[in-house]
Design a protein around this ligand. Sequence first.
Ligand code: GLA
Length: 753
Amino acid sequence: MNIRYLKKERLFKIDTAHVSYVMAVVDEEQFLEHVYFGRRLQDSDLRYLLRHLETPFLPSTNKGDRGKVLACMKHELPGELCGDHRDGAVTIRSAGGHTALQPYYVSHRIYQGKDKLEGLPATFGHADGTETLEITMEDPVLKARFLLSWSVFSDSDAIMRSLKVINDSKEPVRLEKALSISLDMDLADADQKPFRLLTLDGAWARERHMNYRDIGYGFQGICSNRGESSHHEHPFLGLVSPSATQHRGEVYGFHLAYSGNFRGQVERDVFDTVRVTLGINPDRFSFVLRPGESFQAPEGIMVYSCEGLGGMTRTLHDLYRNHLIRGVWKDRKRPILINNWEATYFNFDSDKLLDIARAAKEAGIEMFVMDDGWFGKRDTDTSGLGDWFVNEKKIKGGLKKLVDEINALGMKFGIWIEPEMISPDSDLYRAHPDWAIRIPGRDPVQIRNQYVLDLSRKEVLDTVYERIANVLKSANIEYVKWDMNRTLTDFGGAFLGAENQDELCHRYVLGLYEMQRRLVDDFPNLLLENCSSGGARFDPGMLYYSPQIWCSDNTDAIERLMIQEGTALLYPLSTMGAHVSVTPNHIVGRNTAFETRGNVALAGTFGYELDITKLGEKELAAIPQQIALYHKYNDLIRRGDYYRIASYRENHLYDCWAVVSKDKSEAVVTYVQVLKIPDDRSRTLRIPGLDPGRDYAVIVDRTSDIAPEDDPSVILPVGPRARIHGDALMYAGLPMPNFWGDFRSAIIYLSEI
Ligand code: GLA
């Protein structure tokens, strides 16, 4: 890690162990031009790469063709309407109504450490292992100042970027766009082949599926205008060289630490330069900045990998594990939980919950989580949100009694809440109808029969937080599932003036962050799991507050392969909420082996979401075996390096991933045979990430509801226990079990001998 300013060359060079990021101040006008982002370079004098080094191509000496020059310059902070016709990173509407903007370099500082981003989640590190370059730029006409920062950590190849806009003028201005990332780069990779765009897209119950597309001329991209990062698109852009695989090739990843409306865009111009931008969605966003006021944009994360998608994945996993996730649970093994949602939905009372808890305890489960339906009048999803008072008709004798009884069984207790919401049929709404986000004169849209509370109002936030905190203080509650079950519509804030209405969505996100901050500060030992109708708000912003996030309402093991592949592309396995549920699956009706449901959930936080009192004997007997696997492998899964070996999304037949310990002494490989094909022979898959010089014992870890003797075809072709050299496993491969039937799976454990 090293950030330098080369005075003579007027060049900034940011180096991590394997990556360089370079920019330069050019011309006497002080443009800040992007020079290079990619594999680490030894050479520092890279000004030869600048497009406009020589007169007559300098804007200051070539006034007659200034526009032409600026139109193809690679800007670090592009302006607007000053010659560059591409989409700029910042739009400021002056008091006179104009939006032209041209930022120039003013000064810089390089310092140890990294400043906090006020009110926003962001990566952090110890001062001695963290360095930041802050460049001050300004538009002298608007008197607008821009603080652009790039930070690096000594143990990471990621580069964090942030932007703050300050109004130094004597007039109020309107900030209409402030994108966190803006990067002008060449479209082609080393083979002169255009990069392709990789995005994570989906819907409820099929979140974060990986999709590739060609980058055509003009704009292409992703966005959310739903008030949250959403099921549909994800605040991530990947630029992937067409020959890149999991293990080789060039990949750029751009990720945003933000949980609200975002836009990510790739603009390809006629010179085959691409401008990549990512930040708060400028659509329906604006902020009034009075003289002296500033706006902090969320943090953008940039990763370059020349080791394929896997290289990007491992950089992000380590970054998030070491520099984003906080709190006592950050690196701890999480208690195995059982959640009653799919077991009972709203139809339960404390007797039923205790029956489940007792059976769960007997099977070795460690925590009971009471889901939706315990408060107010809440027997369906049509009422009760906002009335955070225990319904003693269901929870007989009150919450403390139930929690004490569960604790007495030797189990922890967790609870579901949805603090951001209000049901029209609730006492809270009857008392404060104006607390819901709405536009005067319009009947606000209901989704799942509910409205969203206006968290931009302190009074709303304080009241709801206090109600939730009172519940948490009333008993020994050790886990919270914080849900958010609808998107934002009708963007109207009763307390915002007409000129501030476009501030609502961002202020809402700031309110949410403030509430979560209070929660984790006030209850530092609490294990918080965020959730949003499944995984609609799985983003780095939320990860700053909770070490795990519910991945999807879809608990079908086969659907989960694609959801977890896309999620694990960016997020550590320790963050992925994953449970075993019953079959036929409640969402897709599929029947899968209990073993496979367990093996897939073991790739995440692991738990159960079913009525254990109704399970058959074989499945019940398999639970302690699965729990033993969790205890055996979870340290490795939480802390190790993740390798994607095969993708069911791509091959339509099977899926395979591995986690290798950092010291390469052990690995766990999960193989899922989704479809059996006739006359199939075993597949030999290479296992990456091992040490080619060491010997490994190969053990098939079966936890089946079907005994191995019932199923002779599943024996690993190399024998149930073998000793194989690392180079053979890595370069020749390991034959996978050949199962009889669909949806079968195995865990294969490799341990150094
Ligand atoms: C959302 C969550 C589910 C469950 C329900 C309860 O859909 O994703 O896990 O908690 O809400 O209403």
